[in-house]
Design a protein around this ligand. Sequence first.
Ligand code: 13P
Length: 249
Amino acid sequence: MRRKIIAGNWKMNLKLSEAKQIALGLRNLSTPNHIDVMVFPSASHLLSVSEILEGSKVKVGAQNAYPSSLTAMTGEISPDQLEEIGIQLILVGHSERRQFLGESNEICNQKIKYFLSRGIQVVYCVGETLAERESNQTFSVLSEQIKKGLFGVPSDQFKHLVIAYEPVWAIGTGKVASPEQAEEAHAYIRKEISSLFVGAQTIAESIQILYGGSVKPDNIASLLSKPNIDGGLVGGASQKLDSFLGLIK
Ligand code: 13P
């Protein structure tokens, strides 16, 4: 059985004091054994948050990193530097980075291959825009994001990969995909992964696929009741301690 994941993407929204406060509230969390909890603080908060959460059940990840060891690359962060502070989890391909910072499927692919080759866990985000959904391109967009983003990833490295389906029209809009819409997309993503190479069927069955986009404590249960939805990647509702705890509950 696939484990469930509740992941909080704090984006660029919190001040350090707020991030630390949520981390303190999560530190002594006792979750059922089949649930993993992750948080993705801003880069400048990673050290403080990971110190607070050290030894807890909550895994801390970076919202972004550059696919290289230490080198001259102004403004970027290397996994070497993340590993120094105990971080081995990175988000790739979030729609905000795709839309506003030019993170293409090709760039995602470079990052995914590099991070996975180092044994770092990756949460790879995919999802269509409203215009793409309305012009019946949802499946072709997802297919391209999966095929190009995961091109050349060796089969033995998929164990460190998690997918997040985040329809762009549902992010921060309050418009959540219906459990049926999300389930349909998740099942499609699983099918695309199974067709990546011969033998990918088992990988497709075991890979965790999270849903993201206006997930709240009051809609998460209906989403997670669907067979192909293995958890949530949550923005707004993870940025307040009480609603984050509500999601986990
Ligand atoms: P919201 O939960 O605020 O819609 O954000 C979703 C998201 O982008 C998580 O990565």
